[in-house]
Design a protein around this ligand. Sequence first.
Ligand code: ADP
Ligand code: GLC
Length: 468
Amino acid sequence: MEIVHVSAECYPFAKAGGLGDVVGALPKYLQQAGNVAKVVCPMYRTKYLFQKNWEVVHKGNTNMGNWWFDYTVIKESSNDSGFDLYLIDINGLLDREKIYGYDDDVERFTAFQIAVLDWLVNWQHQPDVLHAHDHHTGLIPFMLRYCYRFKKISSVKTVFTIHNAEYQGAMSWQKSIYLPEWNTWYWGLLDWNNAINPLASAVKCADWVTTVSPNYMRELQQHANGLERLFQQESKKCIGILNGIDVKVWDPENDQYLDQHYSVKTVSKGKNYHKKQLCKRFQLDESKPLFIFIGRLVGEKGAEIIPSAIRDSFRYIGRKMNFLILGSGSPETENALVQLKSIAENDYNVFVGYNEALSHAMYAGADFLMMPSRVEPCGLNQMYALRYGTMPLVRRTGGLQDTVIDVGDEGGFGIRFENVSTGDLTHAVYRACALYQDTKKMAEYQKQMMKIDHSWESSIQQYMSIYQ
Ligand code: ADP
Ligand code: GLC
C-alpha cells in the first residue's frame, strides 16, 4: 500500500514540535512494515536542506487565485530518512528559514497544498492514501474532491490526523478565491462559523480522521475550541491512535547526542553521569533532585505557572531541589523565567531557545520532568522521559492520561495531578522530592520506566487497518 503524508514538519528536516517527530517516524515504520510511505513538506531553508543531496523530480506552474507561480519538487537522493522525502519549493513563499510565524502563513500553506495536488495530478501513478496532518494541510481533502482541476485523483482516499485542534487555520471567506475553481454547491464543507476553517473542513471531508491519543479523541467531543459539535457528529469516522516514539532516535543506548550511553542495567550510573554534566554546565547542585521542563512556553503547556511553582517549591518545600527549563514562546513567561535567575542559589537555571542536543541531555540527566499541560493531544516528552528513566509529573489530560500511571495506583511509575495550578504542580514536586529520598525505590522506578514499550509497532497496525 502506498501512503503519501503531507505535513508542515518532518524531523530531521524541519521540526518545531511533536508534529515533526511523528511525521519523521511514522512513515519510516510504515515502510518497515511493508508499505511504501512518502512525505511531502514545504522546502524551507533549514540546515538539513544544505547537508543533503537532492534531485529535481518535477517542475510545475499553477495558480492561487490570480497569482500564477512556478514550483519545483525535489527528492532526497540518499533516502536517509528511511522513506522518500519530497520538498516543494515556491519562490517568495516557502524559501524562508522558519516553519511558521509569518504574516502570510495562510498564503504559504494554501499555495503549498495546491502545488502538492497539482504535482500529484501530473504524477505517473496514484498513491492509495493521502495522509494530511493538522490544519496547514487541512484543505487537501476538500480540494481533492471538489476542485475540478484535481478530478483525475479525486478517488484517492484521505486520512487526516489532528495533532492539535487548538489551531484551526480559520480564514475569512474572502480568501476562497485562492482555491482552484470548485463546486460551490459544497461550500458548507469548508465553512465553520462563517469562516473557512481548514481543520473543520478536513474533519468533514476526510475518509478517516485520527487524533494522537484515544483520550484526546474523547475530550474533543467536550472541548475542541468550538468544534465539539462537529466531533460528536463525525464520531463514526474518528479514532484516537496513540503516537509512538522513534526508539532509534530516542535511545539512551545509542543516542547520537550523548557522549555516554546507558541501558536498563546501567541506568543509575548513566543518569548520574549526565546529571553531573548538566549541573556543571548550568551551575546546579548535583546532590539534589533535578526537575526539568522542555517545551513551548505557551498556555497549552501550562508554562506560565512554572515560575510561580518554582518560587513556591523553594518557599514551602525548601531549597531541596534544582530546576532547569528549556523552551521558548510567550515573552511574558520567558521574562518571568529569566527574572527568576536572580533568586537562584545554584538550584535554578533556564535556557531560552530551541536546542535539540540539550533536550536529549536533559531527558538523560534529569530525575523528573514537569508537564502541567492544559491541552496535550498526545505529548511525546513524557514518553521520551520514560525511555531515559526520568519520572514524568503530568496533569491528567489528553495523551498524558493514556501514558502515565500514578505511583499511588497499581503498576504506577509517575506522578499525576488534576489542575493546571501552582498549588497542584508544587504538590507534585513535593511528592517527587519525597520519593527521591528512597534511592532504592527510585532505581526500581527508573528500570520500570525504561522497560515500557512506546515504540510505533502497535500504532502502525492501527494505522494500517484504517488505510485498508
Ligand atoms: P508539542 O508538539 O505540542 O510541542 P510534544 O510533546 O508532542 O509537544 O513534542 C515536543 C517535541 O519538541 C519534543 O521532541 C521536545 O523534546 C521538543 N522540544 C520542545 N521545545 C523544545 C526546545 N526548546 N528545545 C528542544 N526541543 C524542544
Ligand atoms: C501536537 C500536540 C502534542 C502531540 C504532537 C504530536 O503538537 O500538542 O501533544 O504529541 O502534536 O502528535
